[in-house]
Design a protein around this ligand. Structure first.
Ligand code: NDP
Length: 460
């Protein structure tokens, strides 16, 4: 008995030392990349019990390999504005891991884009894509180009210039980009057109998130938001609860937020507030998602204009105030690190029961720990928002088969994927000693799939 305990202590300390040493190495190699290090730290903390049960992963250097991208491509994007002036932006594509399939992940156009943000997103994508159970690897790309205030033609010229360089590195069996912040079906259309022009063919499977009239999948635009709500619903069901009759706050009013609002309302909830980068609106009668779509999807207006259509709604300047609105369920769907510890404490004080991350890494580490310590149900991004990439993988399948599924078929498949992701996160959490902790469960379940494939494919 004594000997077994000693072995156990020795193995535990070997696993801890390994995780610690690799994290120090990652820190040294990625100096100043705070978002990437934040994402790595969260994964590392969850993985200690895995190395205890799977010492072969230490032997194979899986943690060192999984935290080093296959390659990071950076490039100059020169483009001409409507007055003929030339501008230069920086383009990125991080091809992180292709152990499970072609690199797959969105492209973001936003002035905050930098190497750290690209790497954190591509790293998270590695685990998220594995969780979907589909044959896709992980990547992410983008540019520090700001589409706000640009004309349609400027956006087209920039996007064409961006893809002219990136086209050398992508392809239906190599790397399949999609949209993200600032990149919707219009930009994907320009990228697709330019790629085909350069390659002299029609490679439907090289991008996802295309217009459903031109090779895209029905249900893709709704998939991330709907998927987040399906995942949170699974989490609530486990406790005998549901969205029905609940109050909800959703940050953002872009693609993910809009369809999270729509699905939450369809499931019987009342959404009290949503936001954009200038501030938030509170509507005591419940947010009307059709007005949000009208303003944001079709007209590119500020969310403040919602109050013109709904007289009882109030606009508040500044986005973080949205977390002071009392609600049962909070769905941060805007951007990374938008919900901090003080916001978490405020939500808890006001009685929040569940939080689901629609955006990537919207809650800081401290906020997550605060929710968990107070027993708030917490759905982490890499599981909860995997519905978008899951339907992207379905778009790839439809493109390969040259046929289209109905929106109902896609939605049914999405529901099944989200249920399965929930089950595998929940099971992994229990199996590795943290029952109910979906952060740990998602990290471990995603890691195991990629790590197994990496061991099977040999050292490279
Ligand atoms: P969009 O560009 O469609 O929307 C982003 C929204 O967030 C906009 O309303 C924007 O406002 C708002 N916003 C930006 N910063 C803030 C802030 N600090 N506070 C409040 N609102 C803010 O992007 P998506 O909806 O596609 O993406 C949102 C998040 O979801 C990102 O983290 C993305 O990586 C993630 N995600 C997206 C997927 C997808 O399928 N689209 C898939 C998985 C994850 P404004 O208009 O003023 O800029």
């Amino acid at each position: 008995m004594e000997i077994i305990r000693e072995i156990d202590i020795e193995q535990r300390s070997r696993a801890n030392d390994y995780v610690h040493e690799v994290y120090e190495l990652v820190k040294k190699r990625n100096v100043g990349e705070k978002e990437f290090l934040q994402a790595a730290r969260e994964i590392f903390d969850s993985l200690r019990p895995v190395f205890l049960q799977h010492p072969e992963f230490m032997h194979n250097g899986i943690l060192e390999r999984i935290t080093e991208p296959d390659r990071v491509i950076t490039f100059r994007v020169a483009w001409e504005d409507d007055t003929g002036k030339v501008h230069v932006n920086r383009g990125y594509r991080v091809q992180f891991n292709n152990s499970l399939g072609p690199y797959k992940g969105g492209i973001r156009f936003h002035p905050t884009v930098n190497s750290s943000i690209m790497k954190f997103l591509a790293f998270e994508q590695t685990f998220k894509n594995a969780l979907t159970g589909q044959p896709i690897g992980a990547g992410k790309g983008g540019s520090d180009f700001d589409p706000k205030g640009k004309s349609e033609r400027e956006i087209m010229r920039f996007t064409q210039s961006f893809i002219t360089e990136l086209s050398k590195y992508i392809g239906p069996d190599i790397d399949v980009p999609a949209g993200d912040i600032g990149v919707g079906k219009r930009e994907i259309g320009y990228m697709f057109g330019q790629y085909n022009r350069l390659n002299g063919g029609y490679e439907a499977g090289v991008f996802t998130g295309k217009d459903p009239n031109h090779g895209g999948s029905l249900g893709r635009k709704e998939a991330t938001g709907y998927g987040t709500v399906y995942f949170v619903d699974e989490m609530l069901k486990e406790k005998g609860d549901s969205f029905d009759g609940k109050t909800v706050v959703v940050s953002g009013s872009g693609n993910v937020a809009t369809y999270a609002i729509e699905k939450a309302v369809q499931l019987g909830a009342k959404v009290l507030a949503c936001s954009d980068s200038s501030g938030y609106i509170y509507d005591p009668n419940g947010i009307d998602v059709n007005t949000v779509k009208l303003l944001k999807e079709f007209d590119n207006k500020r969310i403040q204009e919602y109050t013109k259509f709904h007289k009882e709604a109030i606009f508040y300047e500044g986005c973080s105030g949205i977390w002071s609105v009392a609600c049962d369920i909070a769905l941060p769907c805007a951007t990374q690190n938008e919900l901090e510890e003080t916001d978490a404490l405020m939500l808890i004080k006001n009685g929040v029961k569940a939080v689901g991350e629609g955006a990537n890494m919207p809650c800081t580490e401290e906020a997550i720990l605060t929710f968990q310590a107070k027993g708030v149900l917490f759905a982490p991004a890499k599981a909860a928002n995997a519905g978008g990439v899951a339907v992207s993988a379905m778009e790839m399948s439809q493109n390969s088969m040259r046929l289209s599924w109905t929106v109902e078929e896609v939605d049914e498949k999405l529901k099944t994927v989200m249920k399965n992701i929930y089950a595998s996160c929940n099971n992994a959490a229990s199996r590795f000693g943290s029952p109910g902790n979906l952060v740990v469960g998602a990290n471990i379940a995603g890691f195991l799939k990629v790590a197994d494939a990496m061991v099977a494919h040999g050292i490279h």
